[in-house]
Design a protein around this ligand. Structure first.
Ligand code: GLA
Length: 401
């Protein structure tokens, strides 16, 4: 055996390295899709998921890039079976998850699932601690392409060890899987997770309000501010942890609440715009079967999505924060810049951007107003717009040659 070991290692290492490289290219831009949690919580089932997929295939969301459909917590029975396998709750998924995965794949989607690094998930269902390799093999047998991996009931477990173990289990199972680390930012995953997962949550949970704080849930503006403040900007330009994001590995400020009841239309549109500025994963968290045409138009807007999905993957940063107004900027791959002007006040206001102090722009630029769908002058003049409370102007600046 002693003699065989080096041979065995020599044979398996290249395979694992090749697999690792295959996994690396899975999220070159921030993942997009739908996740059951924000709207359905424990009330998920196969009818909801199939109807959601049918809707997204027809309403343009799939073609706009929302291709991962992810089951969050509460999909399984409360106990593993005699062989130690997780069991989909037959009341919710009577046809099992292989069949659901096949259905999603046929429609052109990828299939995502949820587990947790502790003894139980946050919802009290069996989790993967001590079962990593078995669960990864089971997920692969169902055709799973994406795993969100949570952090409840983990005791004294070390996050880096826990997530690396699951990553290795996914590698060993052999099916390429986007690995979504949901550890809420406590151990600063941006510092260690680049080679472990494709995205990592930076904060606790989002909820559908602008800036409320309830138990461990927060409105999107609070999460935006938290992500900004996590690491103090080294040079005054970068929004803290933005420096850790890039093709293949993303800061995740949590799933979208766009279109949910606690947000005004303006707040939904601004939430979407700012997530695009952050190069955030865009996981829809609304009931897409019953969304308004206006919300659908925001979520499928090609120009906004192009900012989020910009191939250079540089996260935007906050250029100005003043009473009533914030300006965010993001460098894009072709020399363009994205700019978001947010009305943080609680009244409509005429807000302006003076481009003079934006020394980083490559000369005078043409301005495209993305939500108004019009070209609107150049940066030689200040840009002014009347914005509803918590609404945003989303601009794309193109240097004039
Ligand atoms: C945690 C996660 C949420 C969601 C729930 C499910 O709170 O952060 O995104 O997955 O668990 O119980």
């Amino acid at each position: 055996m002693k003699k065989l070991l080096p041979l065995l290692l020599a044979a398996t290492l290249p395979v694992l390295t090749a697999l690792a490289q295959k996994f690396e290219s899975l999220a070159l831009t921030p993942p997009m899709g739908f996740n059951t949690w924000n709207t359905f919580a424990s009330n998920l089932n196969e009818v909801v998921v199939m109807e959601t997929a049918d809707t997204m295939a027809k309403n343009g969301m799939r073609d706009a890039g929302y291709n991962y459909i992810v089951l969050d917590d509460c999909w399984s029975l409360k106990e593993r079976d005699a062989a130690g396998n997780l069991v989909p709750d037959p009341a919710k998924f009577p046809n099992g998850l292989k069949a659901l995965g096949d259905y999603l794949h046929k429609l052109g989607f990828k299939f995502g699932i949820y587990s947790c690094a502790g003894s139980k998930t946050c919802g009290g269902f069996p989790a993967s601690q001590g079962h990593e390799y078995q669960d990864a093999r089971l997920f692969a047998s169902w055709g799973v392409d994406y795993l969100k991996y949570d952090w409840c009931n983990t005791g004294t477990r070390d996050p880096k060890e826990a997530y690396t173990t699951m990553r290795d289990a996914l590698f060993a199972a052999g099916r390429p899987v986007v690995f979504s680390i949901c550890e809420w930012g406590g151990s600063k995953p941006w510092e260690w997770a680049k080679d472990v997962g494709h995205l990592w949550r930076t904060t606790g949970d989002i909820t559908d309000c602008y800036d409320c704080v309830q138990r461990w849930e927060r409105g999107w503006k609070v999460i935006l501010d938290l992500q900004y403040s996590l690491v103090q900007p080294a040079d005054g330009q970068n929004n803290g942890i933005g420096q850790y994001a890039g093709p293949g590995h993303w800061n995740d400020p949590d799933m979208l609440e766009v279109g949910n009841a606690g947000l005004t239309f303006a707040e939904s549109r601004a939430h979407f715009s700012l997530w695009c500025m952050l190069a955030a994963p865009l996981m829809a968290g609304n009931d897409v079967r019953h969304m308004t045409p206006e919300i659908l138009a925001v979520m499928t807007d090609r120009e906004a999505i192009a900012i989020d999905q910009d191939p250079a993957g540089k996260e935007g940063w906050r250029f100005r924060a003043e009473p009533g107004r914030e300006i965010w900027v993001r460098e894009l791959s072709n020399g363009d810049w994205a700019v978001a002007l947010l009305n943080t006040g609680d009244q409509p206001a005429d807000l302006s951007i003076d481009f003079g102090p934006m020394w980083f722009l490559g000369g005078t630029c043409q301005i495209r107003d993305i939500w108004d769908k019009k070209d609107t002058g150049t940066t030689a003049q200040p840009f002014t717009k009347r914005l509803a409370s918590h609404d945003v102007a989303l601009l794309r600046l193109k240097p004039i040659k």
